[in-house]
Design a protein around this ligand. Structure first.
Ligand SMILES: C[S@@+](CC[C@H](N)C(=O)[O-])C[C@H]1O[C@@H](n2cnc3c(N)ncnc32)[C@H](O)[C@@H]1O
Length: 103
């Protein structure tokens, strides 16, 4: 049987959780977790689907990485939080691209 000689080599990604108190959802993902998955498994212009949207972290990551996005959430309060976060991320992304284009 193989022996692990360097515990830093592997395919388990680790993130600090529960550090963001600004979003009112009990199980918000770290933004970096959603971002790393989107970058790994899709290309710019692809559509990302999150059927358990929660506070919208996946949608924010999609906006930041130039992906289209569809989110589904059954709780109207969480949906409103997600919508506000994603709309702000999309507006910020457009502003940033315009700044880059005019440099
Ligand atoms: C673990 S949370 C997702 C957290 C999200 N990744 C974030 O960063 O905020 C799962 C969400 O799925 C929603 N949910 C559970 N069952 C659902 C269903 N059948 N259809 C739509 N949303 C559902 C819950 O209301 C909850 O907000």
């Amino acid at each position: 049987m193989g022996k692990i000689i360097n515990s830093k080599i592997g395919n388990v990604w680790q993130y600090p959780v529960g550090t963001d108190r600004t979003v009112k959802h009990p199980a918000k993902f770290p933004l970096k977790l959603a971002t790393d998955h989107i970058l790994s498994w899709s290309n710019p212009g692809d559509t990302v689907l999150d059927p358990f949207l929660g506070s919208g972290t996946t949608g924010v990551a999609a906006a930041n990485t130039r992906r289209r996005f569809i989110g589904i959430e059954m709780d109207p309060d969480y949906f409103a939080i997600a919508q506000a976060r994603i709309q702000k991320a999309q507006a910020d992304a457009i502003t940033n691209r315009m700044r880059e284009a005019t440099r």
